[in-house]
Design a protein around this ligand. Structure first.
Ligand code: TRP
Ligand code: SF4
Length: 405
């Protein structure tokens, strides 16, 4: 596996602008991002081009959806001081890399991505027999590789896209990482680390290449990471040299699989806008309370003294997200014995949801009141992202001989 470990600490993820986010997004994705932003250098972006691949007929809602989504991210606690928040279409380097990667990507790789046929089936109302839609996962590869991201938090359905990204990166490095005189350049780079380190590098490389010793690989990578006085290009050569390939220009990312959210919708199905069963992060608390009070319960409990079964009740699924063991025991016992009423049972859930929404909605209000602040957060994020993206595209252009004589 080719990966430049110094850059593995970078996390990248994107979301298509779907407008206001709900508790399903919060529990499924955003809470995960909140943790990652403290541990890694994070880039989170609005995938507006990806939205266009399926909704090209009606793009007019994209700007507002994008802004509202970013406000929800900020409200959820994404901190623009630790994470870079930006909009895909404002970093045109993604598109250039997408184009360049398209040169080496076999059509079959794209046609075989499972989401390709699935989505065409699912979204029958859109004609998705377009070039852009076929390229959806390759655009995603460009999103990832332009930042040399090492980790990509995604749900199950997106793992195949990260897998494709790895294959494309491997192919790219294989084709363009083999510069003339690679071995000589790598040897020269090695010497720049000093005699002792060069010797250590050689012995670790041998242990890895001859005995497949993963630990030696790890130590060697750490050794390279610790070298302050070699250039980025030399480091990439040495990473490739270590693993017996060419220069690693585009490191292969890893999918960080996000566990499926346990967050149920108001009807017990998965919470999703298309099921009309959501609680949005910025829904009015009185409305949220009302929605929870009127949500269905075990249909067997027609009257207050009919016993029920929590397994047949969507409220029980909410308890699994919001309640501790003690409350859950109280529900199990009280429901089965008809000792508690359904409204009584919902109380801790209602309190839990409302309490969770309080800080989110407070922050949302602050950002809603300061559209300039939101705009400047996004502008700054776009600039920061672009600085990184420019560096990569520069290397890619050189590797592909897109230079002026
Ligand atoms: N395709 C992703 C989704 O639908 C969004 C996305 C676009 C993305 N580019 C990405 C996710 C890059 C992770 C990395 O959810
Ligand atoms: Fe559902 Fe609770 Fe009513 Fe049982 S008591 S049916 S778990 S709401």
């Amino acid at each position: 596996m080719n990966s430049v470990s110094s850059q593995n600490a970078r996390v990248l993820s994107g979301m298509r602008p779907t407008g206001r986010l709900h508790l399903g997004h919060y529990h499924g994705v955003l809470k995960n991002w909140l943790e990652l932003q403290h541990e890694y250098e994070c880039f989170f972006f609005v995938a507006d081009w990806h939205a266009l691949t399926t909704h090209y007929e009606d793009p007019s809602i994209i700007p507002e959806s994008s802004r509202e989504m970013v406000i929800d991210w900020l409200a959820a606690g994404i901190n623009p001081g630790s994470a870079t928040i930006f909009v895909q279409s404002r970093v045109p380097e993604h598109a250039e890399l997408h184009l360049l990667l398209s040169m080496i990507t076999p059509l079959g790789w794209l046609e075989r991505v499972p989401t390709y046929k699935d989505q065409q089936e699912k979204l029958k109302e859109h004609d998705l027999s377009t070039y852009g839609f076929l390229g959806y996962p390759l655009l995603q590869s460009a999103d990832i590789l332009i930042y040399k991201a090492g980790r990509v938090p995604v749900g199950e359905d997106q793992v195949a896209h990260v897998e494709l990204t790895r294959e494309v990166a491997r192919r790219f490095n294989h084709v363009y990482g083999r510069e003339p005189g690679f071995e000589e350049k790598a040897e020269a780079a090695k010497k720049k680390m000093g005699k002792k380190n060069a010797k250590l590098f050689d012995s670790l490389k041998r242990r890895y290449q001859e005995q497949g010793d993963q630990e030696a690989l790890g130590v060697a990578r750490a050794l390279l990471d610790g070298q302050g006085n070699i250039t980025l290009a030399d480091r990439e050569r040495l990473f490739g040299f270590l693993e017996g390939g060419g220069r690693v220009i585009l490191p292969e990312p890893q999918a960080l699989l996000t566990k499926a959210s346990k967050m149920p919708g108001l009807d017990g199905q998965k919470m999703s806008k298309s099921y009309n069963n959501t609680i949005a992060l910025r829904d009015d608390p009185a409305e949220v309370e009302k929605a929870l009070r009127t949500m269905p319960t075990d249909p067997a409990r027609v009257r207050r003294n009919d016993p029920g079964d929590p397994e047949k009740c969507p409220v029980w699924q909410f308890h699994q997200v919001y309640s501790n063991d003690e409350v859950r025991d109280w529900v199990q016992e009280g429901c089965r014995s008809a000792g508690i009423g359904c409204l009584e049972c919902k109380r801790p859930v209602i309190d839990g949801v409302l309490a969770e929404l309080v800080p989110i909605q407070e922050r949302a209000k602050e950002y809603e009141a300061q559209p300039d602040l939101v705009r400047s957060i996004m502008n700054e994020g776009c600039e920061r992202a672009r600085d990184v993206a420019r560096e990569t595209i520069d290397e890619v252009r050189h590797a592909m001989s897109l230079v002026m004589l």
